[in-house]
Design a binder for this molecule. Structure first.
Ligand code: GLC
Length: 545
């Protein structure tokens, strides 16, 4: 085990592989069918026990565990200073933090500054009267003269972003569900209180935050209508595309708020922050510039928006890598609790290519729990639907239950996740796709993840080397070189399900691993004439090439 000083190393996020846990679905120990903090503690050795038998991740990001009525499963917080009893207590949380640190890992928690639960005492006070001291903590507005909402802004969960409050005869804003009223970030008391919350958790020992729903944080000062989208097809398109949402989200004032969070973090040592926004490259760069800190970046979700195509990936990654300032650090995400699982999007075989890509690119990789097993989306019957998004915009494939199904630990009933029927159904493939059976299969997806993560730890090329893509004749191959001067590796990925030939100028190469895990570490490979099997990828050492 490392000493605390070693754990507290500077800029740790730049060498880390981050693993996202959706606590409701990781491991249930209380027997109610819902995952909890004790379950996470019980399974920490799976994530990292200091040996190559464990997955080997360096940091855990926990989706929210604050006290919450669970309308949006914890993204509706009713008390920022306590843990929901479903998950445990503050003491269990402290134990979790200590156990994570004991294993030389870091703990990142969700921070939800845009809104609270409508059951939060602040909002209850705010609703009580127009003169209540907390009135201005939320965004209130008079109706239009005809009684309708103040403007055309939409909730991300469907319908108007405004709900009428009968007692005080005004509308309040909710960028998400009506049970998630937006806080007013133009109010200094709100800003101070949110800073206090950050400090509360930093003082308890967390290592960083994932900041939720950043584009929604602040809206147009003049409450101007969003602009109608002329291409919108009613009934067919996602109702959220009805407008170009330029006044209700992504306002320039957001940068200043992010900067204020960074200032809080800077009062501590080596604390990290990642901001959640589905934004394109130019906006991402602005977000990078919000803080000088080397321990902050915006999530890069762009790979998930691309069609699964070698050339599209090459183009985006080349541009992204070059656009960043020398102090900016890249990151890549291929899945999370809001998006369909990799296997369901691109198939089992290409999911192995995705694993190799994610773990060899320059930048911090984020892995969503279960991706390392090749878990797939699990469709729920209509009676079992849990997700508010599916309830509010049904039948459009927007629901997020499928990617939140319980973790598949073993072949016992309910995949060893719980002793009772879980809150969401377990995948029917759990008897074969689970940690126990994949651990025993040397060529499983799990062992591919393990191999790549552990190799990455030791590899100066993968951790800090430069990134340079290769221009190849073959359109289906994406290949790139990572070079740290001490070590040079090349990654060659076949994005197609057909055999492909490639010819590189390097002769002397040694296999580190291939995605099928059937090539021996250290065996020679001739890159001048390489045949890649369908859906096959190679990680190869060319330091002596
Ligand atoms: C973020 C979360 C999502 C949540 C929403 C509202 O997008 O990732 O799960 O529903 O914010 O808090």
């Amino acid at each position: 085990m490392k000493t605390p000083a070693e754990i507290n190393q500077e800029n740790w996020i730049r060498t880390a592989v981050v693993y996202q846990i959706y606590p409701r679905s990781f491991k249930d120990t209380s027997g109610n069918g819902i995952g909890d903090l004790n379950g996470i503690i019980e399974k920490l050795d799976y994530l990292n026990n200091g040996t190559e038998k464990s997955l080997g991740v360096d940091a855990i990001w926990l989706s929210p565990v604050y006290k919450s009525p669970m309308v949006d499963f914890g993204y509706d917080v009713s008390d920022h200073y306590s843990i929901d009893p479903i998950f445990g207590t503050l003491e269990t949380f402290d134990k979790l933090t200590a156990e994570v640190h004991k294993r030389s890992m870091k703990l990142i928690i969700d921070f939800i500054p845009n809104h609270t639960s409508s059951k939060h005492p602040w909002f209850l006070e705010s609703c009580a009267s127009r003169n209540n001291p907390k009135r201005d903590w939320y965004v209130w507005h008079d109706p239009k003269p005809d009684g309708s909402p103040p403007n055309n802004w939409l909730s991300n969960f469907g319908g108007s972003a405004w709900s009428y409050e009968e007692r005080t005869k005004q509308y309040y804003l909710h960028s998400w569900a009506k049970e998630q009223p937006d806080l007013n970030w133009r109010n200094d008391e709100v800003r101070n209180e949110m800073n206090k919350i950050l400090k509360f958790w930093l003082d308890r020992g967390v290592d960083g935050f994932r900041v939720d729903a950043v584009p929604s944080l602040i809206e147009d000062l003049y409450f101007r209508d969003d602009i109608p989208n002329p291409n919108y097809v009613p009934g067919k398109d996602n109702p959220l595309n009805k407008f170009h949402r330029v006044y209700s989200q992504g306002r320039p004032e957001t940068i200043d708020i992010i900067n204020s969070f960074c200032n809080i973090l800077e009062g501590y040592k080596n604390k990290f922050m990642v901001t959640e926004s589905h934004i394109q490259l130019p906006e991402m760069i602005k977000m990078y510039q919000a803080c000088d800190s080397k321990m902050h970046f915006p999530f890069n979700f762009n790979l998930m928006d691309l069609s699964w195509n070698a050339q599209a990936f090459k183009r985006f990654i080349d541009t992204f890598d070059k656009s960043l300032g020398t102090e900016d650090w890249p990151n890549y995400v291929l899945g999370n609790h809001d998006l369909a699982r990799l296997v369901s999007r691109i198939g089992k075989s290409q999911a192995r290519i995705a694993a190799m890509l994610l773990l060899t690119l320059r930048g911090t990789p984020f892995i969503y729990y279960g991706e390392e097993l090749g878990m797939k989306d699990v469709n729920t019957t209509s009676e079992r639907i849990q997700d508010i998004l599916e309830k509010q915009i049904p039948g459009k494939n927007l629901g997020r239950d499928p990617e939140r199904s319980p973790m598949q630990w073993n072949e016992h009933p309910y995949g060893g996740f719980s002793k009772v029927d879980p809150w969401l159904p377990i995948a029917e493939d759990y008897k074969t796709i689970n940690i126990e059976s994949e651990s025993a299969d040397p060529r499983s997806m799990l062992n591919l993840y393990r191999k790549l993560i552990h190799y990455r730890k030791k590899s100066s090329a993968l951790i800090q080397g430069t990134y340079q893509s290769m221009d190849l004749e073959n359109e289906d191959i994406f290949a790139f070189v990572r070079d740290s001067k001490k070590e040079k590796v090349v990654i060659i990925l076949n994005f197609s399900n057909k055999q492909q030939r490639v010819s590189l100028t390097t002769k002397n190469a040694k296999v580190i691993c291939n995605t099928l895990l059937d090539r021996k570490f250290g065996s020679e490979v001739n890159l001048e004439n390489l045949t890649l099997g369908p859906n096959e990828g190679y990680l190869v050492d060319i330091s002596k090439g």
